[in-house]
Design a protein around this ligand. Structure first.
Ligand SMILES: [Zn+2]
Length: 141
């Protein structure tokens, strides 16, 4: 029977939305949480995917983001700052919204699923606060 499994990941990260009219243009951070949800037919061991394997697959992506500043490459002020003051920065080509972070993680996890062909659907839900999340779903065609 097709089944969904989920694992949660947490990390701390700074960001800003440079072109936002409100408070989000200021440098700030969040305690992010991602729920990674996989769906498919369980194998003969009764597992969609071993949770340990899920952690092995996802945690390196989270570690890359943990305690970094996620920087929109079009944010000249921050790019100049980090050029002068090297720190842990991850650059992306889009605004650093929860929506784009969910897309980024979903694409990276999807690309790593490789031999796990029984998994036909991946959902990544990124919580920026306890009350707000963005969710992206990738499906195998
Ligand atoms: Zn924010």
């Amino acid at each position: 029977m097709r089944t969904r499994i989920s694992k949660q990941f947490r990390w701390e990260m700074g960001h800003r939305l440079a072109h936002h009219a409100g408070l989000c243009k200021n440098i700030h951070g969040h305690s992010y949480e991602a729920h990674v949800i996989l769906a498919g037919e369980p194998d003969d061991q009764g597992m969609v995917m071993d949770y340990f394997d899920m952690k092995t697959l996802v945690q390196p992506l989270i570690d890359e983001l943990d305690h970094c500043f996620l920087c929109d490459r079009s944010d000249d002020v921050m790019v100049d700052f980090f050029t002068d003051h090297p720190m842990k920065v991850v650059y992306i080509d889009v605004p650093t919204t929860a929506e784009n972070i969910a897309h980024m993680l979903a694409d990276a996890i999807w690309a790593r699923l490789g031999e796990h062909t029984a998994i036909d659907e991946l959902t990544v839900r990124v919580y920026e606060t306890e009350k707000t999340y963005a969710e992206v779903t990738n499906k195998r065609r």
